[in-house]
Design a protein around this ligand. Structure first.
Ligand SMILES: [Zn+2]
Length: 176
């Protein structure tokens, strides 16, 4: 009997020691937003901030995508498979970019939208990597967001292929 108790105790101790601390749930908002003096979801004044300045403010990953046009690995972004109702803002400056109604399931591995806020984005021809593409940038801060292609669904027929890290999502239930 004593043996059984000590065995059970041993199992319990083992189980307890293996219990890991739960990972603190992170907010859907980009964590740099709070320490970013240029971030605003209401101010649409165009920003002219140098990359040296952005480098001090943004996380290295967001800086690489938004200011150096890097692309996050496919199927890794937090908004790739995500269908909550709400609004998407620029993670760098807070400018409104997309409404969830325009998001659609795409197999490409990045969050995809068939329509952008016309006041939210601008376009630029991109011939890098030996390809002819149209780059999508935030209208307010000129940060790289992704590319737009002509293979999207109705009603527009276009596909905005975005980097999750460039987006800040605010759910309808969070809006005040
Ligand atoms: Zn922006």
């Amino acid at each position: 009997m004593k043996f059984l108790v000590s065995i059970m105790l041993l199992f319990c101790l083992q189980a307890c020691s293996q219990t890991q601390q739960p990972i603190k749930s992170t907010s859907m908002e980009n964590s740099t937003a709070k320490t970013n003096p240029y971030y605003s979801r209401t101010d649409r004044t165009l920003l002219t901030v140098s990359n040296d300045e952005w480098k001090k403010i943004l996380s290295p990953d967001l800086y690489a995508v938004s200011r150096e046009a890097a692309t996050e690995r496919p199927h890794t972004g937090k908004y790739n498979q995500f269908d909550e109702k709400g609004e998407y803002y620029c993670a760098v400056c807070g400018n409104h970019l997309f409404r969830s109604d325009a998001k659609f399931s795409s197999t490409c591995g990045w969050p995809s939208f068939f329509e952008a806020d016309k006041e939210g984005v601008i376009y630029k021809r991109d011939t890098s990597h030996g390809m002819e593409r149209i780059e999508v940038l935030c209208k307010r801060c000129a940060s790289h967001l992704g590319h737009v292609f002509n293979d999207g669904p109705e009603p527009t027929g276009v596909r905005f292929c975005m980097n999750s890290i460039s987006l800040d999502f605010v759910g309808d239930s969070e809006k005040k």
